[in-house]
Design a protein around this ligand. Sequence first.
Ligand code: OOB
Length: 552
Amino acid sequence: MEGFTPWPDEFAQEYRRAGFWLDRTITEVMDESFAKYAVRTALITSGGRELTYGELGNLVTRLALHLVTLGLRKHDRLILQMPNIPEVVITYLAALKAGAIPIMALFAHREAEISYFAELSQARAVAVAAEWRGFDYQEMVSHVQAKNPQLETVLVAGGDPRNGSRSIDAMLEDPIENRVGADELPRPDPSLPAVLLLSGGTTGIPKLIPRTHNDYVYNFLCNADVCKLDEDTISLIAIPQEHNFAVACPGLKGVLSTGGCEVLSDNPGPEAMMELIARYRVTHCVAVPTMIVGMLNHPNRSQYDLSSLEVILTGGSKLSPEIAVRIEPELGCDVQQVLGMAEGPLYWTRRDDPVEVRLHTQGRPQSPGDEFKVVDPFTGEEAPRGEVGELWCRGPHIIRGYYRAPEHNAKAFTEDGFYKSGDLVRLHPSGNIVVEGRIKDCINRGGEKISAEEVENHIVAHPAVINCAYVAMPDPLLGERACVYVIPRPGSTITLQSLNEFLLGERKIAKFKLPERLELVDAFPLTAVGKVNKNALRQTIADKITQERKSA
Ligand code: OOB
């Protein structure tokens, strides 16, 4: 497939020989579960809807048949952008069953991001919710279509479909399986991309990440094993379902492959999460560290019976040691940490690791097929054991290249196929790794990644801005928030509010990327080679915030 970098043959052969790659499609693995666990509950949503495996499987097949009948072809890209409603699960699995490749957008994305994904992928279809939190997605899609005529098919969940959009609700009501045979559904090649994930971590403009059936099936089966999921698992997911963590680490597919139940919530607030844990006797709670802080500090926590909780699975940003030590005594459950990346690497602590390792490291590779190195990013030489270096990874579920990004791939991967993660880590004496920072230019806002370069390109389009530098500032709840340093055009005025109105109204970017502080300067500090010294800017703003807190 054009734009996709496969694993070299000798690796593919080895991954098959070792039993990592099964040459099965995601649909085949899911269909086996739908049949095997037919009467068990597969999905409960915070809106109160419950579906058994049998019911979910039937809806997935029905929608898949509608999609092929609408003209969706094998390997067509379909942008999936919905909040955590039942249709996000059904549409995702149906797109796969129809042989299409879903692009896993987030409901927070706006016209700028969706247009970019549509253009890069030449997507032919998009599936959205009609409305969410007051935002009209059909209206947004009509603007995306104006620039992307190939985006022919618009599928809408809820609301009234407009301008030729198709209603997902109506398709789910229409038993097309009585008219169209399952032999209309194509079988994709398991060694080709099944899904395109969004990069969170990379420097520059967000990339699309091709995950093949072989690597992604192994990703969730192995992860379900490492997190000890089984038929009794009840897993709460309140982070966006389209994110890799929620869909495959072990996520939706890990749960469905083992006969458990996913409780899917559209409310990531701590009280809503505790309410669902108590109501559905949740055993495994998926949470970014910010959510854990929210639950630990919630004044009404004692009102909720959290005794069913066995473990919190946490990752996306670093769990601080101060929070880690409070989880077991205060929430009464274990914690399992993951350093995960959409590019594939998954480092997990294990439930039987010694307490020091469970609480104070971010794990070790989940797969015995994974290789990693901690290196000096400038020389590529391995760092002395125990010292900080960049994490480079390679393995059976780690990609060999981004989608349609040859120039970036040459920088992001070594010649022998290691992915240069941009994360700074240290090897712990246990053999696990500890995350110490990063060298890539992005902000991690409570697990939500923002590429600095992407937002800077929008900010410099503002008429009052000569130049800007978008950097992380420390935040007690989210870990980091974005601060922008701006060199203003002489004689013009700019405020944080006017800048953000411009970014939302004119540039149409997702709200979570807006800077939360503006600093006006005459010039930027420079490095020895003349680049903007972002380390110095990060330090300056961190010091300033510390000073302000002291004097407050
Ligand atoms: C997950 O994936 P992405 O692709 O949104 O973000 C990846 C980046 C990593 O490179 C690292 O910078 C950061 O997020 N990160 C962590 C972390 N887990 C991820 N930083 C410190 N400590 C951790 N435990 O975020 C993701 C994918 C699958 C499962 C879980 C998280």
